[in-house]
Design a protein around this ligand. Structure first.
Ligand code: ZN
Length: 290
């Protein structure tokens, strides 16, 4: 058996067979590396073809309240501006100093809450959609899907108040209902105020967007007969109490669910800047009507 090694003819069977082994093992190593390379290249080629994802983990958080399954649905984050708060000079100077030391002190989150009672799927507030906060908000419907539900499955939407960061998620910019099978409930005082063209006409210029968005967002539900108002303590959902909280908005309402001795109360914008207002409950915001 004769093999070639480095251009020299080898005649020794022992040496030549060792060289064959060595050469074969080099061939094997080369083809193994080629196979590895194709394994590495394969998934990369597939990734190149797929669209990129810009979200991190889905934004939802589940908890049980008695028999109720409550899912907090993240809509987005924003930073609250210290100039949006009304407090004494001493308090606000303290806020400015604290904010300098902790720039995240006034970070806020916009969140809706899905309550699965076992019979009905109830959404409390719908996030901003495309009506507030630019691209920073409007993730609620996507997170609802990530949490295992669809907008079509929602039976009831309870609205704390008609500011667009709480109801914008109900309606698309071209006037389509995002929750086509849902009945929407809001306090009559709240609906009457923001949907009134007479009140809007007398309101200051900087309040106009709030009226315009509320009217555009409500319109398709009113047209479909899906917009309902309440003025007292009418039972809307079993095991849920209406809690009137006027002030931030004229018909601001909380919704308190109870099950098996446990309770959860959804408040809306009673507090905005938690780390300031929980220490200083007298501090209000410029968005509080009363
Ligand atoms: Zn508000």
């Amino acid at each position: 058996m004769t093999t070639i090694n480095g251009g020299r003819a080898m005649s020794s069977p022992v040496v030549s067979s060792r060289n064959v082994l060595k050469r074969n093992s080099m061939r094997f190593a080369a083809s193994f590396l080629a196979a590895l390379a194709s394994l590495v290249a394969g998934p990369n080629a597939a990734l190149d073809a797929a669209s990129q994802h810009h979200d991190q983990v889905p934004g939802f958080y589940r908890l049980k309240v008695g028999d109720l399954e409550v899912t907090a649905l993240f809509d987005g984050t924003a930073a609250f501006d210290p100039h949006w708060m009304n407090g004494t000079k001493a308090t606000m100077d303290g806020v400015a100093k604290a904010l300098h030391e902790d720039p995240h002190m006034l970070d806020v989150a916009d969140t809706g809450f899905l309550v699965n009672t076992g019979k009905q799927l109830i959404l409390v507030d719908a996030g901003a959609g495309t009506w507030w906060g630019g691209a920073a908000l409007g993730r609620l419907a996507g997170n609802l899907r990530s949490a295992g539900y669809t907008p079509e499955e929602v039976n009831i939407v309870l609205i704390t108040h008609l500011h667009s960061d709480h109801v914008g998620g109900l309606t698309t910019q071209d006037g389509k209902r995002v929750f086509p099978n849902a009945d929407v409930y809001v306090a009559k005082a709240e609906s009457d105020f923001w949907l009134s063209r007479e009140i809007a006409a007398k309101a200051p210029e900087d309040a106009q967007p709030f009226f315009q968005s509320a009217q555009a967002i409500a319109a398709p539900y009113i047209k479909a007969g899906k917009w309902h108002t309440f003025s007292g303590s009418e039972p809307i959902v079993g095991g849920m109490q209406l809690v009137p909280l006027p002030g931030h908005a004229p018909g601001h309402t909380g919704y308190e669910f109870s099950s098996k001795g446990q309770k959860i109360l959804f408040l809306g914008d009673i507090v905005h800047a938690l780390r300031v207002q929980l220490q200083h409950p007298e501090v209000t915001t410029i968005f509080d009507i009363d």
